[in-house]
Design a protein around this ligand. Structure first.
Ligand code: 5AD
Ligand code: FES
Length: 354
């Protein structure tokens, strides 16, 4: 089948077979990508109109016990300048974000042993008590089902945990033996079952990634059907074993964003910071490929440089929450607008009819 026919089929059935995915991925060229983007934007418009949701990202600790080969805050990176925000610093970020119109706070951190259930529950409860109209998203890695349940009961609404790659052999090449794909998947299914809006996802162009890996990623995303999907290019970090690997490509990332929009029409799909890092208009291009979420940085200025998962991370100026006017303008330039809203997942029946 021709690439365009496969895209049409994907739009109608929201699924392709492994062979069809492979054919489509291998046939990417400018024409195919712009057709996929056009269809993806049409689907997004039908469901979310011209609304783009913003999330205030609070990177509250860069301590991490894990040693992922790609990540700048891995425990093995002795050059990382470690920090952990205090509860009052985190609440200040929320206060500032609320003023700016944020109604979702994303608490992201490494797998910091300091983050006990007790500590996180108190934090989530404080934020929810102060801002009952806001959603709290956690992104603090792999935990037990019991722990996830406790966090959910404390009021956390959403959880981000990228699966990174759905191919077990590839997973082993990106992570030390202590991390297992099976456990990552178990976490994602547990989170979903508990009631969280769940985000999975992967890096595009990570070392050793093949087209077959991407096919597995797409099939896994379909099977899990998460409410959110985080897709961004891999970018090397100088203090990691993958320092000399090339970054993932803009074009392939944008193409995958479009395909994921067509496969999971309702999905909350951010134009990620990594995308904005590899191209000055990365966020806008992401929206033009079918994304509908942006996550500006709300962390205190003093720590932004330190939460460095990869080199060159944009974290000042228009990528930061300070410049909501600039961000609004950029988003308007691609026919969308930022709304003051929690930006929850829309179920099929709630689609925009205008
Ligand atoms: N390049 C791009 N993305 C990265 N992440 C971690 N390290 C890198 C890197 N070098 C992503 C991972 C993780 C998310 C928080 O950031 O996918 O899940
Ligand atoms: Fe922290 Fe991967 S290095 S979870």
């Amino acid at each position: 089948m021709e690439a365009k026919e496969l895209i049409d089929k994907l739009e109608i059935h929201h699924a392709l077979t492994a062979e069809e995915w492979k054919t489509l991925l291998l046939q990417r060229d400018d024409n195919t990508a712009s057709y996929a983007a056009e269809r993806a934007v049409a689907v997004r418009r039908r469901i979310y109109g011209d609304e783009v949701y913003v999330r205030g990202l609070i990177e509250f600790t860069n301590y991490c016990k894990n040693d992922c080969y790609y990540c700048g805050i891995r425990t093995g990176n002795k050059n990382a300048d470690r920090y952990r925000l205090t509860e009052s610093e985190i609440l200040d970020c929320c206060a500032h974000g609320y003023e700016l119109g944020f109604r979702t706070f994303v608490l992201q951190g490494g797998e910091d042993p300091h983050l006990t259930d007790e500590y996180l529950c108190t934090l989530v409860q404080r934020i929810k008590d102060t801002y009952p109209d806001c959603a709290v998203t956690l992104s603090v890695g792999e935990r037990s089902k019991e722990s996830y349940r406790t966090l959910y009961k404390a009021g956390a609404d959403r959880y981000l945990l990228r699966h990174e790659t759905a191919d077990p052999a590839h997973y082993e090449r990106l992570h030390p033996a202590a991390l297992r794909l099976d456990n990552r998947k178990r976490c994602l299914y547990d989170l979903k079952e508990i009631g969280f809006q769940v985000g999975a996802g992967f890096m595009v162009g990570s070392p050793y990634q093949t087209t077959d890996c991407l096919v597995e990623d797409l099939l896994f995303l379909k099977e899990l059907s998460p409410q959110m999907a985080g897709i961004g290019p891999f970018i090397p970090h100088a203090d990691t074993p993958f320092s000399d690997r090339p970054a993932g490509s803009l074009e392939q990332t944008l193409f995958l964003l479009s395909l994921i929009r067509l496969m999971l029409p309702q999905v909350l799909l951010p134009a990620t910071t990594a995308l904005a890092t590899i191209h000055p208009q990365g966020r806008e291009l992401g929206l033009l490929a079918g994304a509908n979420v942006v996550m500006p940085n709300l962390s205190p200025r003093g720590v932004r440089e330190k939460y460095k998962l990869y080199d060159g991370k944009v974290c000042t100026g228009e990528e930061a929450a300070e410049c909501m006017n600039c961000l609004q303008k950029r988003i308007n330039s691609v026919g969308c607008r930022i709304v003051v809203d929690r930006g929850d997942y829309k179920k099929e029946t709630e689609s925009c009819t205008t």
